[in-house]
Design a protein around this ligand. Structure first.
Ligand code: HEM
Length: 496
């Protein structure tokens, strides 16, 4: 899908296309109305400004290029703030941390509705008062004290994968790092949030369905960057099948839990949601929240780890330093929760991997009302894009930005702007699972890197594939090598 661009084509505005992406009509309002008096021939709500935001004239469409290339070209040409006109309306790109902070902390900028197709009214898709009450309810389950008991499961699951990698190493069979990380993090999140150990075949179906759905949403998301619509979810059998498989698993989990006597229910997120409020939530709302956790809570961590393996393999000095830290602190056991504090370099590797390859590489918002950001007039209904990919590589904030250097997080520059780095977003929507993901990432990385080196097969060119997450394309294939024949960590459950 990495098409080279032959230039950005401009086509006349097509208002019918607008509702799909921006169309949370509660928020968009007047922005649909064409304003023939406007000098740009554009869209209602634009206030002629003393400071026109730089950007290409006309409507960008059929760009048909990778969004990372599309945005890089605009930012290289026009600077840190760019305005372009998509088929769906005006879009603004902001990459300066000062602007990112202003946007993420301002209630005027609300979520775009793309993911609603899959997540319904789940926490990751909604905004406003309903989001607020759901967030309040659910964040109790993400407090550090609630996460600690989940660590044993993280270790156990990772140790099971270590056994598989051990077998692959002995048999000289390559692994697919992204697939292994994705399955592992899905197992961990299912177990952590729903105390449910799905049978292998169900887990495989669920993993495939969620992965396919994220890919489909990613394809739709490209249209915001001028790519033609190649994919209609309503007409896609694959999308429908994926949704059905996910729904089936979720509804089964819900009804099994409802059927349990209250005093026998495990103390986890699903019980918390079922028993919340007066009459509890409807099955539909429960489904939306569960799917949100499944979608938001595993591929992101898996991708951060997949990129970490690639970066470590390419930077052997960093890899050696990581191994040194693990050998010194872990000996031959997996890291318990309190050991993570003794692994600052491992945590820094995880953080630096997300700097270079932020799993959520951009976020889109819709302006609820007309506003001004640092002198740039924002029309009501405009789309605002902030991108961790570009802010994390901003030369004013990150010296030698392309270099993989975890030391940036060991001795952080005290003057670095808080929003020079925001893999977990910020403001009111800051990632609910941030603490969970940081612990999980450190545990998986430490457990596996203590025992194995991941050595990519020669002749691959693994590039970032920007959808709604930042996957590898093609997924990196690698040999795993046992380090110094260290004993593999055994699966705690299989111990005598
Ligand atoms: C490395 C892993 C992860 C990354 C990079 C990540 C990134 C993000 C980002 C950037 C947002 C903000 C989205 C926005 O503002 O529109 C977000 C929100 C969210 N994340 Fe994560 N996430 C990760 C792991 C997790 C995990 C493990 C869970 C749950 C188990 C989770 C659940 C959520 C939820 C529910 C939200 C919505 C929060 C709200 O709007 O109130 N995430 N995540």
């Amino acid at each position: 899908m990495h098409h080279e661009c032959s230039g950005l084509t401009q086509i006349p505005f097509h208002p019918l296309a607008l509702p799909l992406l921006f169309a949370d009509n509660r928020f968009v309002g007047r922005a649909h109305v064409k304003d023939s008096h406007h000098p740009l021939g554009g869209i209602g709500g634009i206030v002629p400004s003393p400071r026109a935001t730089p950007g290409p004239a006309g409507i960008i469409a059929d760009a048909n290029i990778d969004p990372l290339i599309f945005l890089k070209r605009l930012l290289d040409q026009y600077g840190d703030v760019v305005r372009y006109q998509s088929r769906f309306g005006p879009c603004f790109v902001f990459v300066n941390p000062v602007h990112v902070q202003a946007i993420l902390h301002d209630e005027n900028y609300r979520r775009a509705s793309l993911v609603k197709m899959m997540l319904g009214e789940g926490l990751l898709a909604v905004d406003g008062p309903f989001w607020r009450s759901q967030r309040r309810l659910m964040q109790r389950d993400f407090l550090p004290a609630r996460i600690e008991p989940m660590v044993a499961n993280m270790v156990r699951r990772t140790s099971m994968l270590a056994e598989k990698w051990n077998a692959a190493a002995q048999a000289r069979q390559p692994i697919n790092a992204m697939a292994d990380m994705t399955r592992l993090t899905l197992q961990i999140v299912v177990e952590a949030l729903f105390s449910s150990d799905l049978p292998d075949s169900k887990m495989t179906d669920l993993c495939a369905a969620v992965t396919q759905t994220i890919e489909d949403l990613g394809q739709i998301s490209w249209t915001i960057f001028g790519t033609p619509m190649h994919f209609a979810p309503g007409a896609s059998a694959k999308f429908a099948a994926g949704r059905k498989a996910i729904d089936q698993t979720c509804y089964e989990m819900i009804s099994a839990r409802r059927a349990m006597p209250q005093d026998r229910r495990p103390c986890d997120l699903l019980t918390l949601l079922i028993e919340s409020g007066d009459g509890g939530m409807s099955d539909r709302q429960l489904r939306d929240e569960i799917v949100t956790m499944l979608v938001g809570g595993h591929e992101t961590t898996a991708l951060a780890l997949s990129w970490a393996w690639k970066l470590l393999a390419e930077n052997t000095q960093v890899e050696a330093q990581l191994h040194g830290e693990l050998d010194q602190n872990l000996q031959d056991h997996a890291p318990p929760m309190n050991a993570i504090a003794k692994l600052p370099f491992s945590r820094a590797v995880f953080q630096e991997s997300m700097r270079l390859y932020p799993p959520v590489w951009y976020m889109a918002r819709v302006a609820n009302e007309e506003a001004v950001i640092d002198g740039h007039p924002i029309p009501r209904g405009a789309c605002i894009i902030v991108s961790a990919w570009f802010t994390h590589r901003h030369i004013d904030y990150w010296p030698d930005p392309e270099r993989f250097n975890p030391h940036r997080f060991i001795d952080p520059d005290p003057l670095r702007h808080r929003y020079a780095y925001f893999p977990f977003g910020g403001g009111r929507h800051q990632c609910l699972g941030m603490h969970f993901a940081n612990i999980e990432g450190a545990i998986i990385l430490a457990t596996l890197a203590r025992q194995f080196r991941v050595v990519p097969l020669a002749g691959q060119e693994v590039r970032p594939m920007p959808g709604i997450t930042l996957r590898q394309s093609p997924p990196m294939r690698a040999m795993v090598e046992l380090r110094n024949s260290r004993p593999a960590i055994s699966n705690p459950r299989s111990r005598p």
